[in-house]
Design a protein around this ligand. Structure first.
Ligand code: BGC
Length: 764
């Protein structure tokens, strides 16, 4: 069991591991990862670790390792380590201990681990480990270790900076030093040339009184520097090690491209101030920032029969905070955030379709920064399109640094033909604009993205004379089990939408903002481009439902061998994905049967709700759901939110329950490479868009709640065109409070518009 609802003040705020994991410690290392968007610090243990457990990942610091094909986030030196011996015996909970507990407090961002162990000589030792990565100061991290023994003993501690971590080959050592009580390692990434400085300061105290421990400095090589100290500890007294650390790099916006001397001096200045603080002061400043920036504004409250529902949404918001470098528009969110090496730290469509909606509706400035990243990558996307023989901008399937272009490892076809990412980016821009009304953003960045992405599609379309229509062949749609297919419905609809958006805004600009129009005409050839878009847009082939009411996922999906029912009375693939491995993978390769990895047609129906009748949506839902193994963590949330729209609440809640357990559930290997970022954005969407029914509907805000039976109420804040709204849904009533009260917000409910400048109450 890896979650627990906590109690008292922290009820429904605590993620807990109750025993030493015999296997797969990676799970809680990922799901209890600390961070602040600048860096992520995986929750590996101080005293024991396996090869791939210690990760300190700094957003945007991509580097190409010799012999590798794609850049990745390098793993910075570790400051969490501490080797403890009691009378010469190593202290670690591994191999057995009397009590053990590891918790992450989502409200305060505090990681805590405690255990008690009887050593071989019969002495009982209790140890407490606390750690925080500051949300108030992004370079700062602190930890504290308290040790008590029931008998007099000799304790030795070795603690410092260890650069000998997994994939350290990214770095060239640039020097280690110990100046006064501050240890420092400096390194440089070999290909991208980014300088790193990591500092730490060990402070010892006994029963709260500072000790002048005069630790010795030891170093085994040019990637390690440690303090060693030993103490004669009296029974019942508490020995404390407080470790204050900081990380700076030459990629930091404030010192972009600086030299090592100035990097070190910024780090040393910072350390001078930081080491004067206590652990409690650092932890409090960080907890206060969690409260100020996140929980006071973005908490979602759920009263449910199942406590995990409340915990899961907070878990999602917690991770969406620690993983997102929203203060630097040259960076974006990785598919595993900053919590592990999975997907090399790369950004996918996961951002636009799954996570961005959370930011758009709760923190527009942060959303803007994430989209500006796409603008800052526009030149690379233009280059990419050109290299592939297309016009406009073709966004990379996997993105890293803004100038990198496509970073999908070449062995994956996704990097060549999973084209829909380009339209997903356009959808993100459009949604942001509708919800925020941020015209300044559109003028500077948004319109250009819409035009350049539309130009890409106009050149990518293939005219088929005998059918007098444009098709898009040889693609991968969202369902990555189906490669090299023709006319993936999701892709074709989104391509058309991208063109429609570009046409609509070009026309509007031409009428209302001649200056911007002229600038874009000169820069992007807007007038010619729009003529081209208009000649093609209505001739794009959009797969419609067949006589059975099914919308084909692509030209061949519905002609493939059906595998339902698997066996008489058997469980469907969705209920038991293991079945797919028995039946479909026997010859290796991707299954050429009606089986999907993830939501595809369903995502289309979720995003384009008006294009299909409720009846068609329902039919397709049950058809595709049975054939979907939800083998991607992006799948369940879409199915759940769509089921909620369709009023299929039992199904929606069942699927939601599975979505919230992707990272939080008991399967221990599920998050070893890092948490599932998109799934966390999906959880927020299930709750707010799905069950609470709060949606952007065209250009309007619509609220149509569908609470599951198990919930008594749900409440969330959103920001619509600058007005903060508190929305509460119970079985009986919908309440919308305009907390800003600046201007009335129009809310659509059951076809009627209500203007809300104070409080709106509607009986349900
Ligand atoms: C999914 C993609 C997703 C990627 C990163 C893959 O398994 O199929 O849709 O973008 O993971 O999360």
């Amino acid at each position: 069991m890896v979650y627990d609802s906590g109690s008292g003040e922290y009820k429904n705020w605590i993620v807990k591991e109750e025993c030493v994991p015999e296997e797969h410690p990676e799970k809680t290392e990922s799901i209890m990862c600390l961070g602040n968007g600048y860096m992520g610090q995986r929750a590996a243990h101080e005293d024991y670790y396996h090869e791939k457990s210690r990760f300190n990942l700094v957003a945007g610091t991509f580097d190409l390792m010799e012999g590798d094909e794609a850049t990745e986030l390098p793993n910075n030196a570790d400051v969490t380590n501490c080797e403890i011996t009691v009378d010469g015996e190593r202290l670690t909970p591994e191999g057995g201990c009397e009590s053990y507990e590891k918790t992450l407090n989502l409200k305060t961002g505090l990681l805590r681990r405690v255990f008690t162990k009887t050593m071989k000589n019969g002495k009982r030792v209790s140890a407490e480990f606390l750690r925080v990565v500051s949300l108030a100061d992004r370079h700062l991290m602190a930890s504290k270790i308290n040790i008590v023994c029931d008998a007099d003993c000799e304790i030795a501690l070795k603690s410092g900076i260890d650069g000998n971590v997994w994939h350290k080959e990214h770095f060239e050592p640039m020097g280690i030093s110990a100046v006064s009580d501050v240890l420092n390692i400096t390194t440089r990434t070999k290909q991208s040339g980014i300088l790193f400085s990591t500092m730490t300061c060990n402070k010892f105290s006994l029963d709260g009184v500072a000790l002048d421990a005069s630790p010795s400095v030891v170093s085994e090589d040019d990637m390690t520097i440690m303090n060693e100290a030993s103490f004669a500890l009296k029974a019942g007294m508490t020995l404390t090690l407080t470790k204050i650390s900081n990380v700076f790099t030459s990629r930091d916006r404030e010192r972009d491209g600086c030299d090592m001397a100035s990097l070190k001096s910024a780090a040393a200045e910072h350390m001078k101030r930081a080491k004067a603080l206590t652990f409690e002061e650092i932890a409090k400043a960080s907890a206060d920032e969690w409260e100020r920036r996140i929980w006071s504004e973005r908490d979602v409250k759920i009263e449910s029969e199942n406590e995990i529902d409340q915990l899961a949404i907070r878990f999602a918001i917690y991770h969406l905070t620690v993983m997102a470098p929203v203060f630097d528009n040259r960076m974006n969110i990785g598919a595993k955030g900053l919590s592990g090496p999975g997907y090399k730290g790369h950004t996918f469509w996961d951002t636009e379709i799954f996570m961005l909606p959370y930011f758009i509706f709760t923190a527009p400035d942060e959303a803007r920064s994430l989209i500006e990243y796409r603008y800052n990558s526009l030149d690379a996307a233009r280059r990419h399109a050109k290299e592939r023989g297309f016009d406009g901008a073709m966004y990379p399937w996997e993105a890293a640094w803004i100038t990198d272009g496509e970073t999908t490892p070449p062995q994956y076809l996704t990097g060549q033909i999973e084209y829909h990412i380009t339209a997903d980016v356009a959808v993100g821009v459009y949604s942001y604009f509708v919800v925020t009304g941020d015209e300044d953003f559109m003028k500077k960045y948004g319109y250009e993205i819409l035009i350049e992405t539309a130009k890409f599609w106009a050149s990518r379309l293939e005219y088929v004379a005998e059918r007098d229509r444009y098709e898009i062949t040889n693609v991968i749609g969202p369902d990555e089990y189906k490669e090299e297919v023709d006319n993936n419905a999701y892709t074709n609809y989104l391509a058309q939408y991208n063109l429609q958006l570009a046409i609509r805004y070009a026309k509007r600009l031409e009428k209302e903002d001649a200056e911007t129009y002229a600038r874009l005409d000169e820069k992007c050839g807007l007038s010619d481009a729009v003529r081209d878009f208009e000649s093609k847009v209505d001739k794009i082939y959009l797969p419609r439902e067949n006589e059975d009411g099914l919308v084909p996922q692509d030209d061949t999906y519905l002609t493939l061998k059906d595998i339902i029912p698997l066996k008489p009375g058997g469980r469907t693939l969705s209920e038991d994905p293991r079945e797919s491995h028995n039946i479909c993978w026997e010859n290796g390769g991707l299954p050429k049967v009606m089986m999907s990895k993830q939501a595809d047609v369903m995502l289309l129906m979720y995003l384009f709700e008006d294009h299909f009748t409720a009846d068609v949506k329902k039919k397709n839902f049950y058809f595709y759901e049975k054939r979907c193994v939800h083998d991607s963590s992006l799948s369940l949330s879409t199915y759940s939110a769509l089921a909620a729209d369709l009023g299929e609440l039992k199904t929606a809640y069942r699927l939601y329950g599975r979505a919230e357990r992707i990272d939080l559930g008991p399967v221990m290997w599920s998050s070893h490479e890092g948490i599932h970022s998109a799934s966390l954005g999906g959880i927020w969407q299930c709750v707010v868009f799905g069950f609470m029914g709060v949606r952007r509907y065209g250009e309007e805000l619509r609220i149509e709640p569908h609470l599951p039976d198990e919930w008594r109420s749900a409440s969330a804040n959103i920001i619509w065109r600058g007005e903060r709204l508190e929305i509460t849904v119970t079985k009986e009533k919908l309440t919308v409070k305009n907390l800003t009260g600046g201007k009335a917000v129009s809310v659509l409910h059951k076809g009627r518009r209500h203007e809300v400048d104070g409080v709106l109450e509607i009986a349900l």
